[in-house]
Design a binder for this molecule. Structure first.
Ligand code: SF4
Length: 330
């Protein structure tokens, strides 16, 4: 079996939440404040194989962006291990460490806030490859022009600033910046969510074209099942910090196993437009400050039993390549 580019094993992430004003005032009269802990990720296992597109789906607050940032090396996990090509990332040093860091790049949701408004595109895209010696200063202009063409931008715009571009063009600049250091894996975090539907399709097509051109691997994070269905080879479903189902995309969409995935995929028929519309799931996602005991999904699950309220379901293989964490699987 090929070594995954990235694998995470038992990865958890907790954040200390600063007390708000009311809690601080309560502290002044001796009733607090208490530091609260957000349980963003809870013992997550995931392996991303070379060349695949792994979709990561979850509602807001599920921990998907946290997992993306840990995989991209932007945040450190609180517990568990992250392996780069089979080697514990914390044990890497020198050129190995640098290679591992450059190999995983992130493309963010909102290019406007992730692109420095005072920098020209030529500097935004060329800075890292020149700094890391991927290209020398003399070759930087040609390198930049080539990258701009590859992402569908006119190299004549290299001296412009981010605000002089449309949303779709800024998304392309964010992709060019990530590509500039020759990554193996791109973590695309809601990278098309802020775009109009027609522009979304163009940027998704660009991602897939670049996959073919550069042999890229993607972790494609989205709350939008339609987007993930369009691009992913395998899909992981995250609920309140735990992966509840992992399966090849076609199988997951054809026959979801976990009640949460089933609820996510339940459609409301629309005879008027013929378009797909997903049914909202009953109830709110619980607070990650106090996740429910047992199966995190039990307060919203129509199939929940007494066991679900106390016992965490094991994440186990239910068919070759298919995993699910539900007591209904025995
Ligand atoms: Fe529902 Fe229980 Fe399965 Fe959780 S373990 S998804 S509560 S049936």
């Amino acid at each position: 079996m090929t070594t995954p580019i990235i694998s995470v094993e038992g990865v958890s992430k907790r954040f200390a939440k600063e007390p708000d004003l009311a809690a601080k005032l309560a502290g002044l009269v001796g009733a607090g404040p208490k530091r609260e802990v957000v349980h963003a990720l809870d013992t997550v296992d995931l392996a991303i194989r070379p060349g695949e597109v792994m979709g990561l789906v979850g509602e807001s607050g599920s921990g998907k962006s946290t997992l993306g940032r840990i995989i991209a090396g932007i945040w450190q996990q609180s517990g568990g291990k992250v392996y780069y090509e089979g080697r514990d990332r914390t044990t890497l040093a020198g050129t190995d460490r640098r290679a591992a860091a450059l190999a995983v790049q992130m493309v963010f949701q909102d290019p406007m806030s992730s692109l420095n408004p005072r920098m020209r595109i030529e500097d935004i895209v060329s800075e890292a490859p020149v700094y890391h010696g991927i290209v020398d200063k003399a070759g930087a202009a040609d390198y930049l022009a080539d990258l701009m063409r590859k992402v569908g931008l006119d190299p004549a715009y290299a001296k412009r600033y981010p605000h002089q571009f449309s949303g779709g063009q800024r998304a392309r600049i964010g992709i060019a910046r990530a590509l500039a250091v020759r990554p193996k894996l791109i973590v695309a975090d809601e990278s098309v969510a802020a775009l109009d539907v027609s522009i979304q399709a163009q940027v998704l097509n660009l991602f897939m074209q670049l996959r073919a051109d550069f042999g890229l691997t993607y972790l494609f994070i989205s709350h939008d099942l339609g987007v993930v269905r369009h691009v992913a080879d395998r899909v992981a479903i995250l609920y309140l910090g735990r992966i509840v189902e992992l399966a090849p995309a076609e199988e997951l969409f054809a026959a979801p196993n976990h009640p949460y995935t089933q609820a996510l995929l339940a459609e409301v028929p629309r005879v008027d437009t013929g378009k797909r519309r997903f049914k909202p799931i009953e109830g709110e996602i619980p607070s990650p400050l106090v996740p429910p005991p047992g199966c995190h999904f039990h307060p919203r699950c129509p199939m929940a039993s007494a066991r679900c309220r106390t016992e965490v379901p094991a994440f186990k293989e239910i068919a070759p390549g298919r995993f699910s964490a539900c007591h209904l699987n025995g």
